[in-house]
Design a protein around this ligand. Structure first.
Ligand code: ADP
Ligand code: MG
Length: 242
């Protein structure tokens, strides 16, 4: 069963056409990596997938929901589709544990004990069990990003979206976040990620889509796309990332 289906999606900002007739699908448990130059539409496509941006044409189904913009429908969709950004935006005045418990408490109305148990479980998943009572500023950037991932996992999403989650980190901290995402992929999570980490995309993603000028210019299993780029645009992009 497909966990994500995007068909005929277009999107403009004013007179700027940012997405042009996007079509793709992803099976449950697969990872899709979106690559391409800055401005090619990757973030916009990702944001459309959980309704943060409104599409002008086409259809999206994701995590068992047909995308619609009614507030109640959007709330339900976002419970099942987590998103993590480059800026992790943890609340500085709350401990790690409280940050993670927040959405289950407020959105799912879980009692405190249940939310705490869930928070401890997802913290263990990202390898940070001992940080439950720490404050965000006591953690490294990589650890904070792993907490942000745990916070998203606390809602038990069907699909996780990641937008350049390692781009703001010092190089020595990116590895631990990539390993966290790799473990999540191995556990069977369906994931879409925008990334500049080509070796990660090549070795971990099932499918890679190269975006260029608002279109999916090439899409293929990871190994094929990197080993045999079919277009000059992708060849040029790949050589620029070496
Ligand atoms: P990428 O993530 O591949 O760098 P984006 O999806 O962020 O690309 O942006 C695609 C294009 O849309 C760019 O030209 C960008 O300037 C434009 N854009 C993105 N968000 C907005 C917005 N909220 N309003 C107007 N233009 C936007
Ligand atoms: Mg972007």
């Amino acid at each position: 069963m497909s966990a994500l289906a995007v068909s005929g999606v277009s999107k403009r900002f004013g007179s700027l056409q940012v997405l042009r007739d996007i079509n793709l699908s992803l099976e449950k448990g697969q990872m899709l990596a979106l690559i391409g130059r800055s401005g090619s539409g990757k973030s916009t496509l990702l944001r459309c997938m959980n309704g943060l941006e409104r599409i002008d044409a086409g259809h999206i189904t994701i995590g068992g929901h047909a995308l619609s913009y009614a507030p109640a429908a959007l709330r339900r969709l976002r419970q099942d589709v987590g998103i993590v950004f480059q800026a992790y935006n943890l609340f500085p005045h709350l401990t790690v544990g409280r940050n993670i418990m927040l959405a289950p408490r407020l959105v799912l109305r879980w009692p405190s004990a249940r939310a705490e148990a869930r928070a401890r479980e997802v913290l263990a998943t990202v390898g940070l069990s001992e940080k439950f009572d720490a404050y965000p500023n006591q953690l490294s950037g990589g650890q904070q990003q792993r907490v942000a991932i745990a916070r998203s996992l606390a809602m038990a999403p069907q699909v996780m979206l990641f937008d350049e989650v390692t781009s703001a980190l010092d190089p020595e901290l990116t590895g631990e976040v990539l390993i966290t995402m790799e473990n999540l992929a191995r556990s069977g999570m369906t994931m879409v990620l925008v990334t500049h980490e080509m070796s990660f995309a090549r070795s971990i993603a099932h499918i890679v889509a190269f975006m260029h000028d608002g279109r999916i210019h090439e899409i293929a299993p990871a190994k094929d796309l990197f080993a045999r780029p079919r277009t000059e645009e992708l060849r040029r992009f790949l050589s620029s990332t070496l």
